[in-house]
Design a protein around this ligand. Sequence first.
Ligand SMILES: [Zn+2]
Length: 385
Amino acid sequence: MMKQIIKSYLRRLKVMALRPEIHFSSVFEHCAANKHFQCFQGNPLNHLNIHRKSIEDVARHSQSRFLSYRQLKVLFNPEKKQPVWLTYQNLFESDNEPKLTVDQCEVVLLGIGSRLIVDRPSSLTNTEETKIDHKLLNKYLLASEPTPDEYIYFALSIPTQFADNLPGTYLDLRSLLPQLSVIDAALCGHGRALLDWHASYQYCGKCGSPSKSLEGGIRRKCTKCNNTIYPRTDPVAITLVIHSDNEHVLLGRKASFPPLMYTCLAGFIEPGESIPEACSREIWEESGVIVDTKTVRHFDSQPWPFLGGQLMIGCYASAVDETITLHDSELEDCRWFSREDVAEMIQRARNVNLDKNDQGLRIPPPIAIAHQLISNWFSTTTSKT
Ligand SMILES: [Zn+2]
């Protein structure tokens, strides 16, 4: 049985999980260059969901490393342009006063993975593969032990009064994304989403009693009625609507967006709705445009660790009635943009040195799935003509 699990796990790593070729490249550049890769994808850690023990059992391990958050801002080293990974000793056995204890923090286990995520030699190229010791894999699959090549990765939220004793600067993850590698973005996003969920679910939704974290933070349990609470992910349908002439796409903007930015229409999937039904309803409510649910096609999805934790489900849909009427008040403007408009908007979104006074319209940056939806439509349909 265990042999089968190891064989299957190795196969999975090979197929998708490690993605060694993308570990250390910039997430901004990687998303700009790849039609089928979304920011916050590419997390290479084994989440250890099959073999979890309590946090206390593994946090003290000499190969444990911790990513620290204060009010969901992540501890970052601006010089190295990397998140700061701390040891158990750095956090809980330092000479700093007052002393920090594990009980004062929300600690979540992210998983086991290569040490190179933290100990990144400057000579390491973006495409260098990480190593797995296959002989030792058996050991940690059975006992959750890391191989010598690996660390056990945690994220924790630290009370404000202790947070300033640690080396680095706490920064908002969204503003950090242009500086992060693919792998750092995925890990910081994973930690942020889990810690945000824990902070929001301290009490049982059924009886109101306190809940406690179990199995390294993968679930919570009510201390009174035993109700189990699982991490929440809210599905959002985000759709690029294509005009029947196949030369125009529908983009809109909310008043709260950055100036000059237009993007795909999006909304939460409501209870009882399929993905195509949610796309169709949201597009009609926001723009008045009618799409045929049979034309809705899935493109890709993106874990989005903000606003409580969402899964952005990217779709294409074809319009059957292109008349724009802003039924609800979500958008301040919505228009059909031509292929030529879209080409310029993609270029502006990808130009990190764009003049601040440039008044041209743009779409979101490559780290947003909306950018990938639009640029993928543009490149695939333009190359055919
Ligand atoms: Zn309860």
